[in-house]
Design a protein around this ligand. Structure first.
Ligand SMILES: *Cc1c(COP(=O)(O)O)cnc(C)c1O
Length: 397
């Protein structure tokens, strides 16, 4: 019998006292969830022999994703990390520049800064939204300026599907003439009345890694209003080949384009994006329903006026009030084959970035200490959610 969450064999089905069927298969944090069109589109790519990089599905995926986000242009790439790297280069980041970003993010954000030869400068987050604190961003930029360095760019991070305070961040960037690169890797499908995730930066990046809300198994997209940005991205992503019949190069390029096969999968996934957002928001509702009476448990909520994709349901656990810490909960879930994960470990606490500067308070540290991401896949069943909630409630405290 196939397991709904992970598509693997589920060896046992047990009826429990609670009257629901608990399968004993592993529940993953955020597994891939294919719709029905992906395989048809993939077969079309095979049958048309557009196996080689690029092809009609890449062009169509770019058009369709740009339309979904409400921006004019998109360039399909091999990963979100590649998109961040190219985005920084296209924004004009030079070796030695400082690039300001959130400390609370996945390492890819900070790694891309180093690929461009720049130095990350980390900033703390707002405790309500878990996204960049605009005052601390301004403070960091002014400090970099005082040190005699150049701020090459700001990378805002739409963490766990949240939207940053873009009115404030755009004002901070505009006042200092700093390009804004939006890392929307986790936020495809989130929107406010001001626009969708990916429409706020001078350019923005999405990821289709296996754990994201839609996946091509691996892939990314750079989007922008300005066609020059995505044209430059396509040029750099295909080894920067000059327009000449022979192979001629006058700048260093990369092999960063998305394959036509994966773009076919991405097109199918994009067709079910709205369902995936709805499912992830339902997961969060179910957890809220099942857990919010517990003392010391707080949910990460949508910022005011924002409809997030609820990519991962995140909670914080106050150990004194709850009677156990997030690690005790994580291990208790893990012992029942339920995968949960601590909130991202802040970049300024990572050994590899320990020499980088950090501005603002210690909110990201506290969120790392107390934060837990619960299983959030869009294929979770009501039974899965009930199993997770029931297990959560039996942690010893
Ligand atoms: C997933 C992710 C990335 C990187 O995307 P890849 O496609 O895995 O390279 C970048 N930033 C954030 C915040 C992410 O979550």
């Amino acid at each position: 019998m196939a397991c709904g969450c992970c598509e693997r064999e589920a060896p046992l089905q047990l009826s429990t006292k609670a009257g629901y069927v608990a399968h004993m298969g592993r529940i993953y944090l955020s597994p891939p969830h294919m719709g029905t069109d992906e395989i048809t589109l993939l077969r079309d790519a095979f049958e048309s022999n557009w196996i080689a990089p690029l092809g009609p599905h890449v062009d169509a995926f770019e058009r369709e994703l740009a339309a979904a986000v409400g921006v004019e242009h998109a360039a399909a790439l091999s990963s979100g990390t590649a998109g961040l790297h190219l985005g920084l280069l296209i924004a004009g980041v030079q070796p030695g520049d400082r690039v300001v970003t959130s400390s609370l993010t996945f390492a890819a954000t900070a790694n891309a800064i180093t690929y461009a030869g720049a130095v990350p400068v980390f900033v703390d987050v707002d405790p309500r939204t878990w996204t960049l604190d605009p005052d601390a961003v301004a403070e960091a930029m002014d400090a970099v300026d005082t040190q005699g360095h150049r701020v090459g760019a700001l990378i805002s991070v739409d963490l766990y599907g949240q939207l940053c305070d873009y009115a404030a961040l755009q004002a901070v960037c505009r006042a200092r003439d700093v390009p804004l690169v939006e890392d929307a890797a986790e936020a495809l499908g989130s929107h406010s009345s001001e626009g969708a995730a990916g429409s706020f930066g001078d350019m923005a990046v999405f990821s289709f890694n296996g754990n994201k809300i839609i996946t091509t198994s691996g892939g990314g997209m750079l989007v922008a209003r300005d066609a020059a940005v995505t044209e430059r991205a396509r040029f750099l992503a295909t080894q920067a080949r000059d327009p000449a019949p022979h192979y001629q190069h006058s700048t260093i390029g990369f092999n960063y384009r998305m394959s036509n096969l994966l773009a076919a999968v991405g097109r199918g996934q994009l067709r079910v994006l709205q369902d995936r957002v709805a499912a992830r928001r339902r997961n969060r509702d179910a957890y809220r329903e099942g857990l919010s009476d517990l003392p010391g448990i707080t949910f990460l909520e949508d910022p005011p006026g924002v409809h997030t994709n609820a990519w991962l349901t995140c909670i914080t656990v106050e150990p004194e009030a709850f009677g156990a810490d997030r690690e005790a909960i994580r291990l208790h879930l893990e012992a029942d084959d339920i995968e949960s994960r601590p909130v991202w470990k802040p970049m300024h606490l990572q050994p590899v970035f320990e020499d980088c500067e950090m501005f603002g308070g210690s909110v990201s540290e506290s969120l790392f200490a107390k934060g837990l991401c619960l299983p959030s896949g869009s294929s979770l069943t009501d039974g899965d959610l009930q199993r997770i909630v029931t297990r959560f409630r039996t942690v010893s405290r």
